[in-house]
Each structure stands twice: as C-alpha cells, then as structure tokens.
Design a protein around this ligand. Structure first.
Ligand SMILES: [Zn+2]
Length: 43
C-alpha cells in the first residue's frame, strides 16, 4: 500500500510520463518518486 507523502492519501497511481518509479497522487496532484509504502500484512 502506497500513500502520498503530502496529503497521506492512498489514492496513488504510477505516473506514466516517462519518469521511472514516479507516482502521482490523484487527490492533491503530487508527483514524485517519494511515497510512503506500508506493508499490508503487517502483524
Ligand atoms: Zn496527495
């Protein structure tokens, strides 16, 4: 699970604009390779 570092929204999608490992937040419009990643099977 990935979260936006700006608004903490999980609504993150890969940014297919030629940027490797970049993501885009659909909520606030953030684009970058820095995202918060959390393992969903955390115990
Ligand atoms: Zn965001």
């Amino acid at each position: 699970m990935k979260y936006c570092p700006k608004c903490k929204s999980p609504d993150i999608v890969p940014a297919l604009a030629g940027f490797l490992n970049s993501y885009k937040c659909k909520k606030c419009g953030y684009i970058g390779n820095l995202v918060i990643e959390v393992e969903s099977d955390h115990k």
